[in-house]
Design a protein. Sequence first.
Length: 348
Amino acid sequence: MAKEKSQSIGFFQKYLTVWVALCMTAGVLIGKLLPAVPAFLGRFEYARVSIPVAILIWVMIYPMMMKVNFQSVKNVGKNPKGLFVTWVTNWLIKPFTMYGIAALFFYVVFKGLIAPDLAKEYLAGAVLLGAAPCTAMVFVWSTLTKGNPAYTVVQVATNDLIILVAFVPIVKFLLGVSNVSVPWDTLILSVILFVVIPLAGGILTRVLVTNRKGTEYFENTFIHKFDNATSIGLLLTLVLLFSFQGDVILNNPLHILLIAVPLVLQTFLIFFIAYFACKWLKLPHDIAAPAGMIGASNFFELSVAVAIALFGTTSPAALATVVGVLTEVPVMLLLIKIANKTKGWFPV
């Protein structure tokens, strides 16, 4: 039963776009009909960080961090080419292509549809998505393409470590190019709150539980106790965000679609860059598929959290990161179909 479950996407994950749409509707209605609710919750802030949103994001991220076995980092040398493809695509290509594609659409293609001040914040949200490659859902995407599980664990573990040192300077640089002023202290505080703390908590929990009851118990029983917490945390976060975003969405309903266009194009571009690089290097399909998936999908929980900390819960930048959640699952499922149908391109 466990094996069968591991080879298919969960019900919640499969229909994530539907849940996001429902949360969007519920949140907008709350913001419009019960404005006192977001107004009350918006009062709880510290250093521009929304405390209710921070708590919900911790609920989401903490179980994800427990899944990452950092002892796997010692196996980095076993598949170096695949990891180099992942690192180069995620950190030397993806943030900059995201910036380029988003700027092209928001400032040029959609110039007549998006005001300059909104375009700047939408671009900022896109940059935050581009600088945060996936660390959790990639396990699902890898499974659905029959990716090498050991490689995927190493890939995610090293990616999390790189986020600690690369995310802040890349975001600072690209937002600076966009003429968006971002204080270093707020950016660094966001990473500490939403990466370092849950990462340390996840590692500590894994070590303590594994030492007491063994790896098998941790992997097969303990970690699944938090599955519902992650789902509930995500849904409540989205309702809360959209309650803050009600006026922005109602005043600019077309903008949801306009934001989605560059995000979707970027997803396809990054996937095929990594996928074809692996093909050129003659790597097996079970390495190539997850290498493409981790860059194509985003660590949207981190992006949303940082957007809120930097620009506020009602900001267009936060809205742009949430649109990333809306588009992620259907696009990734399409890429999974492409990857599975092109398996013959790779050596057995």
